[in-house]
Design a protein around this ligand. Structure first.
Ligand code: AMP
Length: 194
């Protein structure tokens, strides 16, 4: 059993998405707060990012944001957070989010969300950490990504054990249960290149 005191949520910043995605992000924020789990995220007010933060705050939760200076206006930095770190760039932001979190929950999002998820997955593939990464499959959103990983395995670009780098969950409860599992052994680079 792994203690999960803080969860980093990666999710979309777009305002132009279906209400179901927005509702689920707000619900995740509320559930994290109700479980006493600190939300760590990108610090913005826009899109699902704003929804998850507002959900957690409304339920009395702790929310920690990391936003780069150059996105402070663009992503409408959230000024009501427990902690808002205004940092010098994307790398510092992502490292801050990584260090403050016991696990990663990936909600639907765009290219930025993919980048953030892939970074923690590839770090894990290289044996740099063992933190859980869970994709919340709201309305089957991540199915094409899962199919892509299967295609990589079938073509030999990834190994079957790389499926264990992440878990797919269709509910908050399933996501938390996956995060609380004992962590897998560290991957070693040899497991891919041998
Ligand atoms: P998106 O999924 O594209 O809406 O972006 C979600 C979050 O990821 C936003 O806070 C973006 O600023 C952030 N983001 C966008 N591009 C990148 C990137 N290359 N690396 C890390 N984060 C990014």
């Amino acid at each position: 059993m792994t203690a999960i005191g803080s969860v980093c949520v990666y999710c979309g910043s777009s305002q132009r998405v279906a209400p179901a995605f927005r509702r689920s992000a707000g619900a995740i924020g509320r559930r994290l707060a109700a479980d006493g789990i600190t939300l760590v995220y990108g610090g913005g007010r826009v899109g699902l990012m704003g929804e998850v933060a507002d959900g957690a705050l409304a339920a009395g939760g702790q929310v920690v944001g990391f936003i780069p200076e150059h996105l402070y206006e663009l992503e409408a930095a959230h000024t009501g957070l427990t902690e808002l770190h205004v940092v010098d760039g994307m790398h510092t932001r992502k490292m801050g989010m990584f260090e403050r979190s016991d696990g990663f929950l990936v909600l639907p999002g765009g290219l930025g969300t993919l980048d953030e998820m892939m970074e923690v997955l590839t770090w894990k593939q290289l044996g740099l950490h063992r933190k859980p990464v869970v994709l919340l499959d709201v309305q089957g959103y991540w199915r094409p990504l899962i199919a892509m990983v299967e295609a990589q395995i079938a073509a030999g670009f990834a190994r079957p054990e790389h499926r264990d780098l992440f878990t797919v969950a269709d509910s908050y409860e399933a996501a938390l249960e996956a995060m609380r599992q004992a962590p897998p052994p560290l991957f070693t680079p040899i497991s891919k290149w041998a």
